[in-house]
Design a protein around this ligand. Structure first.
Ligand SMILES: [Zn+2]
Length: 461
């Protein structure tokens, strides 16, 4: 089955055909690194990681080039630097590292390329110069702007008519814009702004606008036309619309062949936003929930639909994953099977239908339990292989069933390991009273010790 993707620009599901199957390109707008990202920011991370996994398994691991940028220069970063006294580099390095750790905790593979905006200012200036030369850009006292009415088909992605672009806007006299919908390509430095936020240009000292950053980084690393461009639906306008305008007017070719946008995350029916005070950080969620549970919850909804993020959703995800890992434990020792089931792959190939893919994963767990009940060794080996192959596509089942049942708190696990080892020693010393005391103490915490030929292991019950 070929891969079909819903293209937000053409408003239809289309068979995915990369320009070059040996170099499939995908660009996703990454974080602006000045604070900890909220769980809604990680929806595209998990969604497009799932797409990355599907493409890698279809075209080959080295044939897919996935770039996700870091925006390390932006007004909010400058404000954070002025407020905290930390340099821009200190702030962006710190929060980029936390972002990477959070992404790894939800089993997102590192992208192939992670370009940082400040390493690409030269490329941004080159595109701005091309736009000026072709008559699409002009300088004012405030900066360099893209002149939207110069582009005949501006607004194709967000389906906005020229009058929508005008509505409610007024020409900002201070900026000297020719049209209200014109947007900044380059912003001149204002007095008092930190030196580490200022670059030289032929128009004057300043910094790039946000939109030109992505156009320059994606062009440099992926080419003038990318196969797939993704991001949250909130980026469709104006960010992606403006990326199209800059890139297509500068290069004269289609900017992205497939546009993919994930829906919002709601909190109890309301949009998650700072102004509503209902923002949940992934970093905080990871204190209470395993990253794989968070990923399962996130992928339980279709990526294009809004998803209501609730504690119930997380609890259901945890219960389902416990059942699936429980089935995997029953077939764990039956190695050597070959995976052939296409249920999960076919569901993902149909515009990343993760709800159906997760239902297929549960079905495979049921087959594992059935084979284990029948003591069907060949069936068990096959079920183990199917579960692990499906898990690899979804970014799940990345641990052994024993590791899963022990949980992910390494300090806590080390403490329990030490108690189990002390009990083994007590038995070796024939100190039965101490061995029983340790067993009872662990049992009171819900830890079951399993004595086997090769020593003692434990699990939470
Ligand atoms: Zn972008």
């Amino acid at each position: 089955m070929s891969i079909r993707l819903y293209d937000s620009l053409n408003r239809e599901k289309r068979v995915f055909e990369p320009q070059d199957p040996s170099r499939v390109t995908m660009y996703v707008c990454g974080p602006t690194v000045y604070n900890r990202a909220h769980i809604g920011n990680f929806r595209p991370v998990m969604v497009f990681d799932t797409l990355f996994r599907l493409l890698r398994s279809t075209y080959g691991e080295d044939a897919v080039v996935y770039a996700r940028n870091v925006t390390d220069i932006e007004d909010k970063i400058i404000t954070a630097s002025q407020e905290t006294g930390e340099s821009i580099e200190e702030i962006t390095t710190k929060y980029a590292k936390i972002y990477d750790e959070d992404a790894a905790a939800v089993n997102a593979l590192p992208p192939t390329i992670v370009p940082w905006a400040t390493d690409h200012v030269g490329e941004m200036l080159d595109i701005i110069e091309t736009l000026e030369r072709k008559g699409y850009a002009y300088a004012t006292d405030a900066g360099v702007f893209f002149n939207v009415p110069q582009m005949e088909d501006y607004g194709r992605l967000a389906k906005r008519k020229p009058e929508d672009n005008q509505a409610g806007a007024r020409v900002d006299v201070d900026l000297g814009k020719r049209d209200p919908s014109d947007f900044a390509l380059w912003k001149f430095a204002k007095p008092g702004e930190p030196e580490d936020a200022i670059w030289d240009s032929k128009w004057g000292r300043g910094r790039p606008g946000w939109h030109i950053e992505c156009s320059a980084m994606a062009t440099k690393h992926l080419g003038k036309t990318v196969d797939i461009h993704g991001g949250g639906v909130d980026l469709q306008f104006p960010h992606h619309e403006n990326e199209i305008a800059q890139s297509e007017c500068a290069h004269g070719q289609t900017w992205a062949n497939y546009w993919m946008h994930n829906g919002f995350l709601d909190m109890g029916g309301e949009k998650m936003s700072k102004s509503l005070g209902n923002v949940v950080l992934l970093n905080d969620l990871l204190e209470d929930w395993d990253g794989e549970v968070i990923r399962f919850a996130m992928l339980s909804g279709h990526y294009r639909a809004p998803l209501d993020w609730t504690k119930d959703l997380l609890e259901q995800a945890k219960a389902t994953l416990n059942r699936i890992y429980g089935a995997l434990r029953r077939v764990w020792d039956a190695e050597g099977g070959i995976a052939q089931d296409r249920g999960v792959r076919d569901a993902l190939s149909d515009d990343l239908n993760t709800p159906i893919a997760l239902a297929e994963l549960s079905r495979l767990a049921g087959a594992a339990n059935g084979a284990a009940d029948r003591k069907d060794m060949a069936g068990m080996a096959e079920a183990r292989a199917e579960l692990l192959a499906a898990g690899a596509l979804l970014g799940m089942l990345t641990r052994t069933p024993a590791e899963w049942e022990q949980g992910s708190d390494s300090d806590e696990n080390a403490r329990i390991d030490a108690m189990v080892a002390a009990r083994v020693q007590a038995r070796a010393d024939k100190n039965w009273a101490e061995a029983d005391r340790l067993r009872d103490e662990l049992a009171a915490e819900g830890i079951e010790i399993m004595d086997g030929a090769s020593g003692a292991t434990w699990r939470r019950v």
